[in-house]
Design a protein around this ligand. Structure first.
Ligand code: GAL
Length: 634
């Protein structure tokens, strides 16, 4: 068995048999077979049922379930059960509970209640993983390992004393000297200079109306993402010490606002990329966010197949209004993921719970039972996926355009003292993606550290608000442009280096100044209720600038507002600079011209997406909630 994602199409979901009687287990097997389920994720939240007190393990029920699944031809994605520590552990070691920025230690009772720097949690989690691998590592039903669950979902940052100690160690490794740290953080401001390492604390809550040092905050996010990665690596090492044949992964979260983990950094540590995606129910075009997240996930996987580990058959139970999916919607969602590279469609969860916090979350087997709309859809999807098994070995067709997506810039843009609080990094990236999606232009995602070789495969690279760029990154993108690549950068791109120190001599540094030929002198944010008219008839919102084209040609100037007459959109050779947040119609017209000029391939549009994977072409009509797929020859 290889350490990659097997070339199969997986179908199933989180299975929580500990919530049910043995009689139900047998019914589950029958229904799983009927639905075509071939993989279930076991044990995500089972720690307390597997280790009932310190060192006392009860694997009896899991043994039984493993065998039952195997007899029924169903594979297991075994979770290490470490997503939520049991009450006996937090009672014995309350110091492993997380502390918030205000210094309050949070209570046991929800989930993911642990400090990401806790040595006790780390040791106990690795011990449990170790016990599980010894017991199930060679079970014939085992297909893959699923470490923890959605790391960083509820406890991304902890501000306790143990975290503070680890933080100082991390800082010493990064900066070596206090001088270097003081320089990077700009501590000669507001009397923040440090003279001893132990004066430095996590960026805890500061007096009202003030904010922690922005670079300190940025580093704390980097540190916390690294601490969480260490937890993952400790469990991974425990498994690898025994089982060298099954792939190991953890489920990422691909949701519009999940910003806590730098998945570009994590992607190389998983044997294959897996993710969870939930629709934003109130967004009538939520299938575009789905496409965005699936494409981003394929980016983490470097274009290779990945696995959708969770989504929902219908409503979730954690949004304001949990809308049910329309007929056909769940099938369209699943096939969009498959077309965009997922080797299957997995759900949270197999059977809807009758108690606990998620009892109103949809499942593959709903409360209504098998004679239901949902279960009929589930069976239909199972049949559809069985016809597509051959696709699993093939990647999704490469796009001609790549968008840079950068967690580091996102983190830096999360500070609250920016020129406008209207800044929302993922929103702008979504604006651009949405316009291209509607035009039928596909987009891949790349990290700001993508190699020149990777960039060279694309006709165009998009940089919506890539706020931080190191000199090296800046040079790489400049080289891409000088070699004939087409770059589209927005306002607030390339503003600071990786320490969040502003580059002088024109905002946007050398990339905007030289490669794009624009000198940005001053920002001129727009009132929330207003928009600015541009000379080409376009409208901008949120942001305007005092800028002039030096070596670029002006495509449009601001017609009104304080910066009237300044360059709003500029073009140099095949690259563009956009100095405002264009509204949807203006953005579509911009990208229409852009795709024409670059002669980009267009397929679909108007609510229909057309995607090719291997020899298959999928046409998914999100307005009608219907799909067709066919084999193509070219
Ligand atoms: C995910 C989580 C699942 C379940 C699901 C509900 O965040 O991994 O355990 O809670 O959401 O939508």
């Amino acid at each position: 068995m290889s350490l990659e994602l097997p070339a199969e199409i997986f179908y199933g979901g989180d299975y929580n048999p500990e919530q049910w009687s043995r009689e139900v287990w047998h019914e589950d097997m029958r229904l799983m077979r009927e639905a075509g389920v071939n993989l279930v994720t076991l044990g995500v939240f089972s720690w307390t049922n597997l280790e009932t007190s310190e060192g006392h393990y009860d694997f009896g029920w899991l043994d039984e379930i493993f065998d039952l699944l195997h007899e029924n031809g169903i594979g297991v994605d075994l979770a290490t059960a470490t997503a939520s520590p049991p009450a006996w552990l937090t009672k014995a070691h309350p110091e492993l509970l997380p502390v918030n920025a205000a210094g309050t230690r949070l209570a046991h009772g929800g989930r993911q209640g642990y400090c990401v720097s806790s040595p006790i949690y780390k040791r106990k989690a690795a011990e449990l993983a170790s016990e599980l691998v010894k017991r199930y590592g060679s079970h014939p039903a085992l297909k893959m390992w699923h470490i923890n669950n959605e790391y960083g979902c509820h406890n991304p940052l902890c501000f306790c004393e143990v975290s503070a100690e680890n933080w100082r160690i991390w800082l010493k490794e990064k900066y070596e000297t206090l001088d270097a740290l003081n320089r990077a953080w700009g501590t000669n401001f507001w009397s923040q200079r440090y003279h001893q390492w132990d004066e430095i604390n996590p960026p805890r809550q500061t007096p009202d109306g003030t904010f922690p040092n922005p670079t300190q905050m940025l580093d704390y996010r980097r540190f916390s993402s690294d601490q969480i990665l260490d937890l993952y690596l400790a469990e991974k090492a425990a498994i690898r010490a025994v089982d060298t044949i099954h792939p190991i992964t953890t489920n990422f979260m691909s949701m519009k606002h999940s910003m806590n983990i730098d998945y570009w950094r994590w992607a190389s540590e998983v044997d294959f990329v897996a993710t969870d995606h939930y629709l934003i129910a109130e967004d009538p075009e939520n299938y575009i966010d789905l496409a965005f997240q699936a494409d981003l996930t394929r980016g983490f996987a470097s274009g290779k197949p990945w696995l959708l580990m969770e989504h929902s058959t219908s409503a979730v139970n954690w949004q304001e209004r949990n809308l049910a999916k329309a007929d056909g919607e769940m099938l369209c969602n699943s096939l969009t993921h498959v077309a965009r590279g997922s080797n299957g469609s997995m759900f949270f969860q197999w059977r809807a719970s009758v108690s606990g916090s998620e009892k109103y979350h949809s499942a593959m087997v709903p409360h209504a039972g098998e004679d239901s709309r949902i279960f009929r859809n589930v069976k239909q999807l199972g049949e559809e996926l069985q016809k597509l098994t051959e696709i699993a070995a093939h990647p999704t067709e490469k796009a001609q355009v790549a968008m840079v997506f950068d967690y580091q810039s996102w983190w830096a843009l999360a500070q609250r003292n920016l020129p406008t609080t209207s800044i929302d990094y993922p929103e702008l990236a979504h604006d651009w993606y949405r316009a291209l999606w509607k035009l039928g232009v596909r987009v891949d995602f790349v990290s700001p550290d993508a190699s020149p070789l990777v960039l060279a495969q694309y006709r165009a690279v998009l940089m919506p608000m890539t706020y931080m760029l190191s000199e090296q990154q800046e040079r790489k993108f400049a080289e891409y442009v000088s070699q004939g690549g087409s770059l589209v950068a927005s306002y607030f791109t390339g503003i600071s280096n990786l320490d969040d120190t502003v580059k002088l001599g024109g905002y946007g540094g050398a990339l905007v100044r030289e490669s794009l030929g624009v000198l940005v002198e001053e920002f001129a944010p727009v009132r929330q209720t207003e928009r600015v008219l541009l000379s080409n008839g376009a409208f901008g919102t949120e942001w305007a600038e005092f800028a002039k084209a030096t070596t670029a040609e002006v495509v449009a100037t601001y017609q009104d507002g304080v910066s009237a007459g300044s360059a709003a959109i500029a073009k140099k050779e095949r690259s563009w600079y956009i100095g405002t947040r264009l509204d949807e119609a203006s953005l579509m017209s911009f990208f229409d011209d852009f795709s024409l000029e670059l002669q980009l391939e267009k397929r679909g549009g108007n609510g229909v997406e057309v995607i090719r994977r291997g020899s298959y072409e999928f046409a998914i009509d999100h307005t009608q909630k219907t799909f067709v797929w066919s084999q193509i020859n070219d």
